[in-house]
Design a protein around this ligand. Structure first.
Ligand SMILES: [Fe+2]
Ligand SMILES: [Fe+2]
Length: 270
């Protein structure tokens, strides 16, 4: 099994944080890293499960697979961590640093989109497309689109929303294949839910079909060890296209302010 060092280090908070850990803490951290459900799935070489086998695992867990990353520590015996407080007027950068981190997957997807010469609207969509997984994984594209709609161009929100439906459908014209990850997560005989199939039919005839399709094409799962994981290359695009509210995300009385507050304060009991 190949361990992706940079991915592991980023997960632990960076080189400096790792340097401060003793060897026992490092061993525990490595175990944690390999024990998360998604990493086990990504690294698995087992045959693909069936839908029935995927369903049979539900009552073996103490959480549901659709739960947001901030709300559950998936490794057996692991505990959630105390989160650093958010600034009074949080920006998108604060959410990336303090709640979405390490965010490797979306940063790499955006870097790939940039390398592939995508438009700024699509690069921004790639940067944000899976960040709502902090809140909820189930239907995350729809949640993310709603979360970002007041602040990003319409086409960016459209691309974020529908990347989720298009992920289930191959499109050889764009070189997009149905992902093995989905065979593992949903079962090899899985049929997408009716709303996903209906959105796919709608999208096939939509003039903006390409926007979410390009998010799926740049959806980057295999880690490039030479990739620099930073939000810096995207600061200009964010500055041009993300309408940061002056009161801070969560404080602007927008229809989605409560969603940002929940991400900022996931330990609120009610
Ligand atoms: Fe996604
Ligand atoms: Fe993704």
């Amino acid at each position: 099994m190949e361990i992706k060092r940079e991915n592991l280090i980023a997960t632990l908070g960076g080189e400096e944080a790792v340097a401060r850990m003793d060897s026992e803490a490092k061993a525990d951290a490595l175990e944690d890293f390999l024990s998360t459900e998604l990493d086990k799935i990504l690294l698995s070489t087992d045959p693909f499960p069936t839908v029935a086998q995927v369903e049979a695992k539900i009552p073996t867990r103490h959480y549901r697979m659709g739960a947001g990353n901030l709300f559950v520590a998936t490794a057996p015996g692991a505990k959630v961590k105390v989160l650093p407080p958010m600034p009074e007027k949080p920006t998108l950068y604060d959410f990336f640093a303090l709640r979405f981190a390490p965010a490797n997957h979306v940063l790499q997807s955006a870097a790939l989109a940039m390398k592939n010469g995508m438009s700024e609207e699509i690069i921004l969509a790639c940067l944000l497309h899976d960040t709502a997984q902090a809140l909820l994984k189930a239907d995350h594209g729809y949640w993310a689109a709603q979360l970002y709609e007041p602040y990003v161009p319409e086409k960016t929100a459209f691309a974020i929303k529908y990347h989720q439906a298009l992920r289930f459908f191959a499109d050889p014209a764009y070189g997009y294949e149905y992902p093995d990850l989905y065979r593992r997560l949903f079962g090899e005989d899985y049929v997408p839910l009716p709303h996903i199939r209906a959105d796919y039919e709608m999208l096939k005839k939509h003039p903006w079909y390409e926007a979410p399709r390009l998010v799926t094409v740049n959806d980057f799962y295999s880690f490039d060890p030479k990739a620099k994981i930073s939000i810096d290359p995207f600061r200009e695009i964010i500055g041009r296209h993300f309408k940061q509210p002056k009161e801070g995300l969560g404080n602007d009385n927008s229809p989605v302010a409560h969603m940002w507050r929940t991400i900022a304060h996931p330990d609120m009991a009610l």
